[in-house]
Design a protein around this ligand. Structure first.
Ligand SMILES: [Zn+2]
Length: 227
């Protein structure tokens, strides 16, 4: 009798221990699976290719429409090193990436100033690359020779980017950070170079700029950046 009671008690004890353990293992496996899937898809979202100065993003539209070579906007001088990525706004509300590209291309004949950028992002999120990444752009003197420049279009007169422009900007900057081994500290505003109020909304609202940089950071695991 005594032995049988003890056996029953020990069986009950081992059952109490086993069931929560199984639950814990199942929960751990599920958490690891969900986390792995999250990392996989978030990385996949920002995959890119860089080929002879042209960048392509897997899930965002990038069109290479290079400017006609000319001394005013595309001098074809070599960009030998990249220490920073500079964000601008076009200072011209409700204009498209194509119309800003036409302006830069027109400098070849108008000769009014020297100006350009590597990229212009349309309000609809389309990214135009107008200068190859192995050439300098004239966007933020005196840092033209060690930076990549991105012009952003906008609709709101306060200079805030549309959501589509903002999402494309994050994807493009994250790809460039990865390609050139830069971190979010190397992503700057035109304002940080010269004090110019550019990009206006993100100079007047420094918290929005900080938030943008936090979004760029995401998680950096073994050199690969995840959102
Ligand atoms: Zn600027």
């Amino acid at each position: 009798m005594k032995h049988a009671k003890r056996r029953r008690r020990s069986r009950r004890k081992s059952q109490k221990f086993t069931l929560p353990t199984i639950h814990l293992v199942i929960i751990c496996v599920l958490v690891i699976a969900v986390f792995s899937a999250y990392l996989y898809f978030s990385h996949f979202q920002f995959s890119y290719t860089l080929n002879n100065g042209a960048i392509s993003l897997k899930h965002f539209t990038v069109k290479q429409e290079y400017l006609t070579p000319n001394p005013y906007s595309r001098s074809q001088k070599a960009l030998k090193k990249v220490n920073a990525i500079v964000v601008h706004y076009t200072a011209n509300a409700n204009t498209s990436a194509e119309s800003n590209r036409s302006y830069f291309n027109g400098l070849a004949t108008s000769h009014t100033t020297r100006a350009s950028a590597h990229f212009i992002i349309d309000p609809d999120g389309t990214i135009l690359q107008i200068i190859p990444l192995n050439e300098v752009a004239y966007a933020n003197y005196p840092r033209n020779y060690d930076t990549i420049s991105i012009e952003c279009c906008y609709k709101d007169t306060n200079g805030k980017f549309t959501n589509a422009t903002y999402q494309s900007l994050i994807a493009l900057v994250k790809a460039l950070m990865s390609a050139y081994h830069l971190d979010s500290g190397d992503v700057i505003r035109h304002y940080d170079v010269t004090g110019k109020l550019c990009p206006l909304y993100y100079v007047r609202n420094p918290k929005e700029w900080t938030l943008f940089k936090q979004r760029l950071d995401g998680w950096n695991i073994f050199g690969v950046i995840y959102l």
